[in-house]
Design a protein around this ligand. Sequence first.
Ligand SMILES: NC(=O)c1ccc[n+]([C@@H]2O[C@H](COP(=O)([O-])OP(=O)(O)OC[C@H]3O[C@@H](n4cnc5c(N)ncnc54)[C@H](OP(=O)(O)O)[C@@H]3O)[C@@H](O)[C@H]2O)c1
Length: 343
Amino acid sequence: MTQQSEIVVVGAGSLGQTFSAALGSSGVPVVLVATGRSSARLLSEGKLSVRGMLQFSVPVAETAQPGAVRISRGEDLTSVRGIIFATKGHDLRSAAQALSGVKSTWVTGIQNGVAKDDLLAEIFGRGRVLGAAGNLAAERQDDGSVLVTNRGMTYVGELDGGSSERAERLASDLKSAGIPAQLSANIRSVEWSKAVIVAGGFGVGVLTRVVWSESMEDPNLTRAFLSLAREAAAIAKAEGVEIADFPGSEALTYVSQPDEKSIASRAERVRKLRAEGGELDRRSSIVQDLLSGRRLEADFIFDDFVTRARKHGVPSPRLELVRDLARGIDASKSRSTGGTTAP
Ligand SMILES: NC(=O)c1ccc[n+]([C@@H]2O[C@H](COP(=O)([O-])OP(=O)(O)OC[C@H]3O[C@@H](n4cnc5c(N)ncnc54)[C@H](OP(=O)(O)O)[C@@H]3O)[C@@H](O)[C@H]2O)c1
């Protein structure tokens, strides 16, 4: 029997463990729905360990216990407060379908790209879906622990704009848990603005494997980033969404100002962070997947852009090239492992 006050986090990966550990350690009852192998690993370790720019160590248990995050396979869930889907995009449909019978006030997905809201709306109904996007960044370590490399800002909000008690409460709970968060009255703009940055950043990352600081400092890679970001921004415009700047994520400035200004400002940002002793070697989640031999989110992010572009008659040849190359990388990995690409 589940409680209506519980927040369910689905997926015990980098972000799923970070959200669960943060909310759990702040006193919110949390159920972490994990795959069999992740459940077994976490239960044998007895805790969630998050380090880096956010630090938590929270006990885990198979049954509800005060101060512990409950690990579940999801079958026992009946009625909960909300569900945060933290799987990769290509696992979102099956994870959401498995919980489609669970009553909840809201569901939300933290996947990159903009396909997640439509997919969740198809399964749960649009009225249940909260939008979410942000710059919280984390990486899974070999020992299973999670390293948070950027606390960023996480935005949540109603897809139709405005405010609501449920979105305000979620933002407030995240903030109390130590995750910078705020309600956005225009979450579609936030999601698309982040997607514009992702189009450029993931496109460059997946073809070069560079760490964040290298992609920011190299003028050629910044030019490549900008050309991809502009294609994504044109799709946002065709979808009727205005992109904007948010702290640490200047989508509008990047696509509007001359390339030379962005080349200078991106290099300056790295210089400043280096002087402050900040984390320069972080990798985007698609580069982490590439290096770990896991499946890429090529279709979920890039094919979605291309499909939307075609629908609106907007040219997107660079995004299409990234999609095709990323698909080819996946197929090649799959062939070389006899079809057993790490999930
Ligand atoms: N990491 C970041 O910094 C970051 C930042 C912004 C956005 N994002 C987005 O957030 C999403 C998650 O990224 P991530 O880096 O946290 O991914 P991740 O580390 O690969 O974690 C995904 C987790 O989902 C689990 N999973 C898959 N199917 C499941 C199911 N049906 N039920 C329960 N668990 C399931 C996987 O389990 P197994 O481990 O057992 O396979 C894995 O632990 C991605 O879409 C990514 O683009 C990530």
